[in-house]
Design a protein around this ligand. Structure first.
Ligand code: PT1
Length: 273
């Protein structure tokens, strides 16, 4: 039977996060949220200090360090927990790893200065995410000249090769098609529908769809009312091969996936008579 995917809990240290429920005011509140996600079954906590939702503005390196490093240190001191660092900045990766983070989650797929070499100097897993454009402008009428899955696959080929060149072993890589990063609703739907095509790489697939605009466009609800819709997309993603789920809601996601997995795969030869 299919295994429960790895559950990655979102820990945003950002005053401008798109989902108010994950906007955290101080370090005590961060640790409370971390503990809650751990108790609900999180395998990793994904710590981020720069919002990357559509239209979000970049944060300086120092500001990002000031936000995430104390939080990683505090989590390491209190919990026996794996932390991933959600950043595109090489210096933030470096200091986060020194503070105890054991994975790099980069929406820029190591395309920012020095990110490849800092990642190469470590031995942790790296998530390479596909993004068309950049967060400030990526949702201004995104279009693809070719089949979107073909574009994403070509991007992964290029980034896997760049990692290989830099000395990052293929076994360390995780792929993420980047739901909502330069994609319309139909494009996001196509990615989830055809997600199994990414299994050709033989690498783990991470999906982050939690409470995103694509869910809001379908159920017509604000971010704080998108959990049920998110679970629908999450189930499809896991049935189509996602092995790591990045979410604000660990407990709900774990329960939905446990039920899905207990029933097992759809058998296309099953007959009523
Ligand atoms: C993601 C992801 C991420 N998403 C990975 N890291 C965000 N690996 C941050 C919207 O459409 O999917 N994978 N780190 C959050 N970014 C967004 C993007 C938030 C789009 C909201 C939207 O609403």
């Amino acid at each position: 039977m299919q295994q429960l995917p790895i559950l990655m809990g979102i820990l945003n240290i950002t005053p401008d996060s798109f989902y108010a429920g994950s906007r955290i005011k101080n370090n005590d509140a961060v640790l409370f949220k971390a503990q809650q996600m751990i108790e609900e079954g999180a395998d990793w906590l994904d710590v981020g200090g720069e919002s990357t939702r559509p239209g979000a503005l970049p944060v300086s390196e120092q500001e990002e360090l000031d936000r995430v490093i104390p939080v990683i240190e505090a989590i390491m001191a209190r919990f026996d927990m794996s932390v991933s660092i959600d950043t595109n900045k090489a210096q933030v990766m470096k200091h986060a790893l020194a503070a105890g983070a054991s994975m790099i989650n980069d929406i820029w797929a190591l395309r920012q200065p020095d990110a490849l070499s800092i990642a190469a100097q470590s031995d942790v897993p790296v998530c390479l995410m596909h993004m068309q454009g950049e967060p400030t402008t990526m949702q201004e009428n995104p279009t693809y000249d070719e089949d979107i899955l073909a574009v994403i696959k070509a991007f992964f080929e290029e980034r896997i090769a760049a990692c290989h060149q830099a000395g990052i072993a293929r076994e360390r890589l995780i792929l993420d098609p980047g739901i909502g990063f330069g994609k319309t609703l139909p494009q996001n739907q196509t990615i989830l529908k055809r997600l199994s095509e990414l299994n050709d790489f033989g690498l783990p697939i991470l999906i982050g769809v939690s409470r995103k605009t694509m869910i809001g466009q379908i159920v017509n609800k604000p971010a704080d009312e998108r959990l049920f819709g998110t679970l629908g997309a999450t189930i499809v993603a896991v049935q189509n091969g996602a092995t790591i789920i990045r979410t604000h809601d660990i407990g709900a996601t774990a329960d939905a996936l446990k039920v899905m997995l207990s029933i097992g795969e759809r058998n296309q030869y099953e007959r009523i008579i």
